[in-house]
Write a protein that binds this ligand. Sequence first.
Ligand code: G3I
Ligand code: 9MR
Length: 547
Amino acid sequence: TTSPSCPAVRMNQLGFAPEQPKLLVLEASSAVRYQALDSQGKLLLSGRTATPEFWAEAGRKAAVLDLSALQTAGDYSLLLEGCQAAQLVQVRPAPWAAAHDAVAKAYYFNRASTALTAELAGPWARAAGHPDDQVRIHASAASASRPAGTVLSSPQGWYDAGDYNKYVVNSGVTLLTMLQAWTDFAGFYQQRRWAIPESGNTLPDLLDETLWNLRWLRTMQDPADGGVYHKLTNLKFDGTVMPAQANSPRYLVQKTTAAALNYAAVMAKASQVLQQFDRQLPGLAADYAQSAVQAWHWAKANPAVVYQQPSDVSTGAYGDDKLTDEFATAAAQLFLLTGDPAYWLEFSAFNVPMQVASWNNPVALVYWQLLRSETLTESQKQPLKTAFLAEAELFLHQQQQSPYRVALIKSDFIWGSNSVAAGKAVLLYQSYLLSGQAQYRQAALNLLDYLFGRNPTGYSFVTGVGSQTPQHIHHRPSEADGVKAPVPGWLAGGPNPGQQDKCNYTSRQPALSYLDDYCSYASNEIAINWNAPLLYLLAAFAAEKHS
Ligand code: G3I
Ligand code: 9MR
């Protein structure tokens, strides 16, 4: 099938919707002749690609092949000069909704404190792990009313990633993104179910799933002062065992400003979302609102408590010493909840620049909401809109420079680079909603194509979704469960030239620093915050069908 001159073909492995653009990438050193035939062998398209261009991030030359003219559902064969076998190109109604459900269901698979049933989890059913009903106050978190060793209950929540700890900061950006998906695509979510224990109750599945983590998060606040613990964790990372076998003692570690602000932002947003469900969840929205305000006041009184990893703790730090973006985010969420102009003044005073959302900077999520808010005037929104669209413009420019037609540059290839791609796509899609400019939507779609296979590694990076998908994610249950296939629906971290795990990578190129090996926690772990922007995007595209 392959000969030295047969180019590798990279494309979205989910197939292409009939009405959508269909860009493939051929990795070749010179222009490639091609033919596309229908299933009867009738020639439909033929031609020659442009001369391939070099992408420094991959160290490879590539050219785009545009098959957008194929607009009827069906299976097509792509014949390429130099190749013996034909490539299958599938055109069919876009499978965004099914991919969305897999990515959403992943959160269920990472639930702490509950068993996963065979009915809902299939081969990935497992016993309950981490009841977290006897968690101790770590020395770093000791206070007068809760001295070190105090035992508390802090159950539920999602495991952060491939490890079994629960981190407030990372839950922040994750929950804000998921709750925003609800806000923006409520019509889609009102109808959508993906078989979780609560499916069929009177709440949409997305809110039931986020409540699993919100209920845990609520316990992370010390009612005595409103401060919020940074994480609930073991002292060290667990070995490769199932949750039920991971029994090391658990601790609440250090209250931090970042935790309080992430908490305040999430609780404010959740309160706003849950107001309409007060009949099902009496008093919850009000409780979240007052708890958000309490955390905000703690942060104002303790504005620079940066996380310091205690010497006996070595799990994830999520350390961040730049707190203005967390202050701005919490202030904006409280403004959106209460309408109190004092919070708007706080947000404005921090003057935080627009940037793609990440665990250490969630501000993009409030830029977007402020732009949609009916409380602000057009002139108040104008600078925010300008900054937002300037980012999108920049990404269009980056996309133009990349022969893979993806808005990714060298500095995007960090730990969790796939979530950078997804985050950029979210911003682009929102810019499309804001401006009606179709090129932003197309650029978002190009990044989705990248994540599902149009990239130099050839992987569709979501477990179980695509034809070549990660098999050995750094995810303890997937490695320890004895089931061949990994837990489905997880977005792998992605190429990361930092290669901090020192595993046996086959390339040092940024876009090729990916290893489908359990060893590779720096490129092949999964995480709740990385799935969230992908969930948002898939909901966005799936919802287009429902509107
Ligand atoms: O931001 C800088 C960037 O400016 C610089 O150019 C680049 C060069 O390497 O580094 C960037 O910082 C990196 C940062 O991630 C970016 O977010 C750091 O090098 C890198 O070490 C850091 O990695 C974090 C990793 O934990 C190690 O602390 C990841 O963001 C974070 O997602 C990851 O989170 C872990 C938790 O600690 C534990 N649970 C699993 C989870 C996922 O792996
Ligand atoms: O398994 C850990 C993973 O979940 C974390 O994201 C990662 C980064 O902090 O660390 C992993 O644990 C590794 C530890 O840091 C170093 N020794 C090997 C561990 C992986 O087996």
